[in-house]
Design a protein around this ligand. Structure first.
Ligand code: GDP
Length: 459
C-alpha cells in the first residue's frame, strides 16, 4: 500500500491502547480479538504464555486472567511490532474460540489491564493517522467489508490498492506544477509574454480539466455499483412475472401462483449481471382493480417505476404485451425491454420481433435477457474502464467537483486576463486543497469523523 503524504494532524491520544472484537459477535469457530497501542505488548505479557513471541508468527498460547491464575482460552496469538503493523502501532491479535463468552472474557481481561474498548473504525483511523493508509484507502476498506457484488468488490479492491489515490496524487501534482509556472510568471512580469507562454498554461489546464471530467463521468457507474441497478418486472397479473423473478434468482423466493393478483406488494432480490449488481423488483400487476390490497401493490409498482434503471415489460401474448406497454406509457423514463414470457407455449398470434423470449419453465432466454439488461445499464451509466478509478462516495464526488470548478474558474480568468495572475492562482490553490483533503494530505478531525462514522467496531 502507498503510504499517505505527511499528515498535519498528529495521533491524538496515541498512547492509549485499544481493544476490540474484530469478528462478528456470536457463535462461530474462531473469534479474533485485537489490541493496538503503546501498551499492547505490556498488557499481553500479563495474560499470555509463552511470552514474548516472535513477531509476525502465529503461536499457540494460553490466555489467562488475573496474572496467569485462571485459564480463559487456548488461542493462536500473533504480535506485530510498530511500525510494521496495520495501525503502525504494536498490535497483538488473538485468534481464539468463538461464541459470546470466551472473547468477552479475553476483552475484559485486557480492559482490566489498561486497554480501552475501541470506537467504530478506530483501528483504521489510527492506520490513516500513522500514514499507513490514506483516507480513500480507508474508505475502500469500508466498501470491501460492505461489498455484496463482484462490481463493488472489484472497485473497492482497486481503491484499496491505491488506484484512486494515485490518480488524485497525480492530478494534484499537475495542479502544483501549473501553480509553479504561474509563480514564475509573476516573478518576471516585465518580460514580453512572460517567460512561460500563456498557451502552455492554458493547454495544461485543459488537460487537467479533461482528467477531472473523466473521473466525474464515473459517478453514475459508482452509484449503480453501490446501490445496485433497479430492474422492475412489470406486467398484468398471471403473465409469469414471479416465475421470471424466481428463474432469474435461480431460487424460489417469491410466491408463484396461478391465481391472478397474488403478488400483493413489491419483492426485491439482489442478483448480478456480468458487470452490474441488480436489484430485481417483482411488482403487482398493473391492471386497474377495486381490490384495495392490490391497489397498494399497483402504487408500489408505480413508485418503483419512477426509480427504475430498466423495466421488463412482460406479457405472455400479443395482447398482454401491448397492455403492459400501454400501461407503462409515461410512467417511467427508464429503457423498457419487452419480454415475451412462457416462450415454451407457442404464439397464438403474431408478436413483433423486438421482444426477448424467455421461459421460466425451461430457462430459455434468461441469459440473453441478462445480457440485454447489462448492455442497457452500461449505456446508461457509461462503461467501466479499468484505467479510470470509480468515484463511489459523495465525499469524493464533492471534492473532485470543487477541484474541477476551481480549475475551470482559473482557466477562464487566465484566458480572459480579467484577474491579475496572483489572484487567479488562488483558484488553483483551492483546487489543490480539495484534492489534498480528499486523500487526507490535510486531514481534519471533521473529515475523519465523516469517513469513519459508518465503520464497525474492530475495523
Ligand atoms: P405473475 O402473476 O405475473 O407473477 O405470474 P406467475 O409467475 O405467478 O405465473 C402465472 C402462471 O403461469 C403460473 O401457473 C406459472 O406456473 C405459469 N408460468 C409462469 N412462467 C411460465 C413459463 O415460462 N412457462 C409456462 N408454461 N408456464 C409458466
Amino acid at each position: 500500500m502507498t503510504p499517505s503524504p505527511v499528515l498535519t494532524e498528529s495521533l491524538a491520544g496515541g498512547q492509549d491502547t485499544i481493544v476490540a472484537l474484530a469478528t462478528p459477535p456470536g457463535r462461530g469457530a474462531i473469534s479474533v480479538v485485537r489490541m493496538s497501542g503503546g501498551l499492547a505488548t505490556v498488557i499481553a505479557a500479563r495474560s499470555i504464555t509463552p511470552w514474548p513471541l516472535e513477531p509476525r508468527r502465529a503461536t499457540l498460547c494460553r490466555i489467562s486472567a488475573l496474572d496467569g491464575k485462571q485459564a480463559l482460552d487456548r488461542a493462536l496469538v500473533t504480535v506485530f511490532v510498530a511500525p510494521d503493523s496495520f495501525t503502525g502501532e504494536d498490535i497483538v491479535e488473538i485468534s481464539g474460540h468463538g461464541g459470546l463468552y470466551v472473547p468477552a472474557l479475553v476483552m475484559e481481561t485486557f480492559v482490566s489491564h489498561g486497554a480501552r474498548v475501541a470506537l467504530p473504525g478506530e483501528f483504521t483511523r489510527r492506520a490513516v493517522l500513522n500514514g499507513k493508509l490514506d483516507v480513500t484507502q480507508a474508505e475502500a476498506i469500508g466498501d470491501l467489508v460492505d461489498a455484496r457484488s463482484a462490481a463493488m468488490h472489484r472497485t473497492a479492491l482497486a481503491q484499496l490498492d491505491g488506484g484512486l489515490s494515485r490518480r488524485i496524487t497525480s492530478l494534484r501534482e499537475a495542479l502544483i506544477s501549473i501553480e509553479a509556472l504561474i509563480a514564475y510568471d509573476i516573478d518576471f512580469p516585465e518580460e514580453d509574454d512572460g517567460p512561460v507562454p500563456r498557451d502552455r498554461i492554458a493547454g495544461e489546464v485543459e488537460l487537467l480539466l479533461s482528467s477531472l471530467d473523466a473521473l466525474l463521468a464515473t459517478v453514475a457507474a459508482g452509484e449503480m455499483i453501490r446501490e445496485g441497478a433497479i430492474i422492475v418486472i412489470a406486467g398484468l397479473p398471471n403473465v409469469g412475472k414471479s416465475s421470471l423473478f424466481n428463474a432469474l434468482l435461480g431460487q424460489s423466493r417469491a410466491i408463484v401462483t396461478d391465481v391472478p393478483g397474488t403478488t400483493r406488494d413489491a419483492i426485491e432480490a439482489f442478483v448480478e449481471s456480468e458487470s452490474w449488481p441488480l436489484r430485481l423488483v417483482d411488482t403487482a400487476g398493473l391492471r386497474e382493480t377495486s381490490d384495495t390490497v392490490e391497489r397498494i401493490g399497483i402504487e408500489v409498482s408505480e413508485r418503483y417505476l419512477t426509480r427504475a434503471d430498466v423495466v421488463l415489460a412482460c406479457g405472455d401474448s400479443a395482447e398482454s404485451l401491448s397492455a403492459v406497454t400501454d400501461a407503462l406509457y409515461g410512467k417511467t423514463e427508464a429503457p423498457i425491454i419487452a419480454v415475451r414470457t412462457k416462450s415454451d407455449i407457442p404464439d397464438q398470434e403474431k408478436i413483433r420481433s423486438s421482444v426477448i423470449r424467455v421461459s421460466a419453465e425451461t430457462g430459455t432466454g434468461l441469459k440473453e435477457l441478462l445480457t440485454e439488461i447489462d448492455h442497457l445499464l452500461s449505456v446508461e451509466a457509461g462503461p467501466l474502464r479499468p484505467d479510470i478509478p470509480v468515484l463511489t462516495k459523495s465525499r469524493q464526488i464533492f471534492a473532485i467537483q470543487r477541484a474541477r470548478d476551481e480549475t475551470k474558474a482559473f482557466g477562464n480568468a487566465w484566458r480572459d486576463r480579467h484577474l491579475p495572475a496572483p489572484v487567479a492562482a488562488v483558484h488553483l490553490r483551492s483546487a489543490a486543497g480539495a484534492l489534498e483533503e480528499l486523500i487526507g494530505a490535510v486531514s481534519t478531525d471533521d473529515v475523519l469523523d465523516r469517513v469513519f462514522s459508518s465503520f464497525c467496531v474492530g475495523k
